[in-house]
Design a protein around this ligand. Structure first.
Ligand SMILES: [Zn+2]
Length: 290
């Protein structure tokens, strides 16, 4: 079966190009969408310094510079799809995105991860430009929580699930992929998002969360199942996962944001029809980027 990883990063978690390709080969992944990450220096997640290229490179553009994505694609164009997302607050962001598309052949706009409500005018201008260029936009969401003595720092990204709905409504000609804890917690209609980034494994889904409702209402929303958040949202309730993946089989993309194989292990355990698996593993990603 053809497999595309629709979310990963260059030089991430100790992987150089050779180790990255070896890891893709190990898990049967033929292509990976490679994303940059631009945000302010003081916004970097705690501990991120050890898993991103920026500190070594002295990058001024964010934790994962576009130039690293470009380096991988130029050295191995067969295996990587070029992604780029400028810091969405930059008034020049649209022009930067167009330059990355026109000059370097960037095909997707990811990962958008900055400490701003994504429905503000600068963000919407960037997202509309991405739509005009045929580039799907991958959005990272995380909720803010009150800091505690043990965890004095707090971080949030993108806004709320209502912010996402505003974005979907404001940019009907742009395709968005929802990603990260603040998105996936809404697979379920419960209040976990008010107190925790992740549900406890095995917490059943309370039907109908905001995600299925938004998917039915907005044809421009897709789901990126990468990382612990995507895996946990599905694996917390495998029975519901089958219903969800079946109903939205045309809108879910396999993705990792890391180098493990938990998503394949889980997807393959569900006994889904091959036709559905093929769409999730590669068909939907190919529909968005070709
Ligand atoms: Zn992310």
């Amino acid at each position: 079966m053809k497999i595309i990883d629709a979310h990963n990063h260059p030089d991430w978690h100790g992987h150089n190009l050779e180790r990255f390709i070896a890891n893709m080969d190990q898990y049967g992944i033929s292509k990976t969408w490679l994303f940059s990450w631009e945000c302010e220096r003081n916004e970097y997640s705690e501990g991120t310094e050890t898993v991103i290229p920026a500190p070594v490179l002295g990058s001024m553009t964010g934790p994962i510079p576009f130039t690293r994505c470009l380096s991988y694609v130029e050295r191995n164009p067969e295996r990587f799809i070029l992604g780029y997302a400028p810091d969405a607050r930059d008034p020049q962001a649209s022009r930067k995105l167009k330059a990355a598309h026109d000059i370097y052949g960037a095909k997707c706009c990811g990962e958008v991860k900055c400490r701003v409500m994504y429905d503000n005018p600068d963000c919407l201008r960037l997202f509309r430009t991405a739509g005009d260029l045929g580039m799907p936009v991958t959005l990272h969401f995380d909720y803010d929580f009150q800091p505690t003595l043990n965890h004095p720092r707090t971080e949030w990204w993108g806004g709320t699930i209502d912010t996402l709905e505003n974005v979907l409504k404001a940019c009907p000609d742009t395709t968005f992929l929802g990603h990260a804890p603040g998105f996936w917690v809404h697979i379920s209609d419960d209040d976990i998002w008010k107190t925790a980034r992740y549900p406890k494994p095995g917490t059943p889904v309370v039907r109908e969360g905001r995600i299925p409702k938004l998917l039915r209402k907005y044809p421009n929303l897709y789901c990126d199942i990468s990382a612990g958040s995507g895996n946990l949202a599905l694996s917390r309730d495998p029975e519901y996962a089958v219903e969800f993946l079946t109903e939205f089989q045309d809108r879910i993309c396999y993705a990792r944001d890391y180098f493990d194989n938990v998503h394949q292990t889980f997807l393959n355990s569900l006994n889904l029809p091959q036709e559905i698996l093929q769409k999730i593993y590669a068909g939907n990603a190919e529909k968005l980027v070709h």
